[in-house]
Structure formats: structure tokens, C-alpha cells
Ligand binder design. Sequence first.
Ligand SMILES: [Zn+2]
Ligand SMILES: [Zn+2]
Length: 341
Amino acid sequence: MTDTKSQKHEHKTYQNEVQNDKVLENGLIHRIILPLPFPQVQQINTYIVGRKNFILVDTGIRTDESYNILLAYLTKKNIRHLDGIYITHGHVDHFGAAQKLIKDGIADNRVFIHENEKSNINNEYDEALYGNYLKRYGIPAEILEMMRYTSAFFDMMADRLDLDHASFLSHNMKIDYDGGTFEVIRTPGHTSGSVCLYDREKGFMLSGDTLLSRLSPNPLLDLNIDGGRRKSLVEYISSIDVLYNMDFKTVYPGHYEIIHDHKALIKNLLTFHYKRMMRIHNIIKQKPMTPYEITGNLFKKLQQMDVFLAASEVIGHLDLLEQHDMIQSFEKDGLLYYTAV
Ligand SMILES: [Zn+2]
Ligand SMILES: [Zn+2]
């Protein structure tokens, strides 16, 4: 139950949000900006697509605040039903409210997502496995504890999504919606099963977190069920290389502003990663270092969870350097060292 004061507050927030909402592509797309309680990113863009029948692309989290803004928007626009929920990738901000929308009868039980996102959706991670990796990289054990808290926090942002009836999206798959057709573009990197939805005829694409106007999408240290580590940044760079060569009039991202010049954005991203890669190369020219030591050299004064994010980035750039045969690694006393060649 909310008291009058917080109802007023919610109403005010909603008013502010709605002012930011836009009906786009001649009424075909509604963008709804929903709030997020994360320090790095405070809002998510969700999209309702269609003329008379509607699909939802990404859902926001399941908190009352976010959910009520979404429902109020549907009511205001007289959108009574959602035919299906498409999830660009399995992060809580993108799927958290899906199960609730189905349970409340607002959306059909038709969930579309890439199969590789199952472990993200289920918030599965093998702590022992991560522990081993972090240890080898020289990262202190407290970070693992932080990851446990973060994981529990993320769990609160989503109702467990039942994927028993889900349909799995694959590259080039065509999806007809009321008003057009999407092609599924697989863009692994940000997560393993990230997808973009591209309406080729109209020239727009919904990009999830693969392209963002303000934030470099952060590919995290990501272990596969089989214990191997995914080379997130290497995957990400080749995904955005592909997108660079495509033509989009408009890209609708999962956060922040709409993108009108994706080529300039991708060029900036590639330059950023290239520079960062060369900086790390310079750092390890001095002496062999563990990923954790490199992280400390690169970023001063990191807070706990930021260590994990920063180390993930460094590991990504080490993968890129390895891909270019610019470094070598060796193991000593259970630690992994990198050295420039
Ligand atoms: Zn994400
Ligand atoms: Zn996101």
C-alpha cells in the first residue's frame, strides 16, 4: 500500500517520465522510459511496437514503481493487451517484469529470447568456478562476496521467468508484427545471446544494450556452464563491426537517447577500445602483471563492485591483445601473468 504522499510522488515521477516518452516511426513505436535503481544506469527504454496489435520489447524491472508506470502508459494509450514479449537479452532490467505481465493477463505467455540467455534469466552462476578464475587473475576474494550480494539484489528485481513455453530467437529469423517485419540480428558481446531487432524495410533497429549512445556496453567476465570463459569483448567488437556496415536510419537503444548516426558511434567505440588496448599494452611493457595489477594501474581508487567491472574490462582488452598476438601469458604460483611481446 502506498500513502497519499508517495502516490503523489509516483504521479509526479510518472508525469516527468511521460514527458520523455515518445511515439515514434509514425505511431508504430512507443518508447517508455522506466526507472532503475542502479548506480551506473538510472533508466531503461522499453518499446511497444504495433498499430492495433502490440508486442513489447524489453520490460523493465518488476518493482511497483516501474511496473505502475508501464501499466499507466498502457492505460493512457488504450493498449489493452500485449501479444508477446521480446527480450533483447537476459539482464534483469530487460526481462524483470515479464512474468508479472503474463501472470496479470496483460501479455500473452509468448516470450521470445535467444537460447544462450537461459543462464542469465535463471541468474545461475557457479560461484566456485568464478572463485577459481578470480583467484588466478589475482582478484581478492571479497569481490566474490560482492558478486553474491549483487546477484541477490538482481534476483529481487525480477520474478523468475518460466521459459518452458518460450520461443528461441535465432539469427536472421523473421518476426512479423502488426505494421512490419523484424529480422533478428545476433550480436553476441554484451551477453552471449544478445539480439537486435531490425526492420529492414523501414530502416530502424531496436538494439538492446549492444549500442548505447552514452555508455560503452560493458561486456562482463562471463563463464560458460562447461567452465570455459567467453571472450566477451572480442565477440562484441566483431558484432559492432557487422552493425557498422549495415544502414540504419534510426537505432532505438535499451538506455539513453535514440541513435541517429550509428556509424559515428561505433567508430568512437572502436577508437576507445583500441586506445585502451594500447594503454594496457604499454602498462605491461614495464613488467609482467596479473589482470588485477593491470586494473590497479589503469584505474585508481576503485570501489568494490567497480573492481569486478573494471577487471572484466581489462580481461576483455587482454583478449583483444591476445587476438592481435601482442601479448603472452604464463602462470606462476597459481597466478596468471601477462607480458607484452
Ligand atoms: Zn544489459
Ligand atoms: Zn540494460
